[in-house]
Design a protein around this ligand. Structure first.
Ligand SMILES: C[S@@+](CC[C@H](N)C(=O)[O-])C[C@H]1O[C@@H](n2cnc3c(N)ncnc32)[C@H](O)[C@@H]1O
Length: 240
């Protein structure tokens, strides 16, 4: 790992302080992870069928949740900005790399057939928000990681169109409440338009994958009903 480059990359929303996140999260919002697993497994199986080999997979901001069939990939790389918690045991085909996806270089030069990012984009905000700049940087780096013929699956909770401006306006206040009072990482929800604009800017081919909306969300450690928390879920498939 190149520490110098990692130190200069924006400091975003690490989940390192939440030791039990990976073990608990699937039982908090099972509806979400069941769908995520079904979509990822479908893509893993399609890859095997088309290429005749097992894919190399990277789960960016994976936190060790690993919501897919672990027996299909050849290799699984979990990339996150914190160290693997001791309570987590990884399968033999998995390695954990501590790295900031906003750094200039990856610690190795590998390319991946399937890149997964679930619930990561809205945590790319930093102390000064910078969500759009950081999103653009992240997508550039994802593009470099994708092997020819590979695909990236983004699962993301998005906000309604007006909500981006509201968040930007109140970011200095609410980010303090989030990080200091609720002890939660930085977060700034994106709109679909912001994500599409960032993808178009770097000519990343994408298509929307059907994703059923869920009734219970995870918010800062709590289960919240979709009636009071106005987010929806998307899955976007990006092609190299
Ligand atoms: C909401 S959690 C999602 C965890 C998992 N992917 C899932 O679906 O449950 C967001 C994850 O992104 C990681 N993260 C945030 N900023 C990051 C960055 N710049 N580089 C790599 N990982 C990052 C956090 O540490 C955290 O583990």
């Amino acid at each position: 790992m190149n520490n110098k480059k990692n130190m200069t990359a924006p400091a975003t929303g690490s989940f390192g302080a939440m030791n039990d996140f990976a073990t608990n999260i699937k039982s908090i919002t099972p509806e979400y992870y069941q769908q995520v697993a079904a979509i990822i497994d479908r893509h893993l199986n399609d890859f095997v069928e088309k290429s005749g080999r097992m894919p190399n997979v990277i789960d960016i901001g994976g936190a060790g949740v690993l919501p897919f069939d672990l027996t299909i990939p050849n290799k699984i790389c979990i990339l996150d900005i914190f160290q693997k918690p001791d309570c987590l045991t990884l399968p033999d085909n998995a390695e954990w790399i501590v790295h900031n996806i906003l750094s200039e270089d990856m610690p190795n030069k590998e390319k991946y057939d399937i890149v997964i990012m679930s619930g990561v984009l809205h945590h790319l905000a930093d102390k000064n928000n910078n969500i759009r700049q950081n999103l653009a940087m992240c997508l550039e780096n994802v593009k470099k990681l994708l092997a020819t013929g590979g695909c990236c699956l983004i699962f993301e909770s998005i906000c309604p169109p007006y909500f981006d401006k509201l968040q930007d306006l109140f970011y200095p206040i609410y980010s303090r409440i989030l990080t200091k009072a609720l002890k939660f990482p930085y977060a700034r929800l994106l709109t679909l338009k912001e994500i599409a604009t960032a993808l178009n800017a770097i000519n990343f081919n994408y298509r929307m994958v059907d994703f059923r909306q869920i009734k219970q969300h995870y918010f800062a450690g709590y289960k919240v009903s979709s009636k009071i928390y106005p987010i929806s879920y998307i899955c976007v498939e990006l092609r190299a």
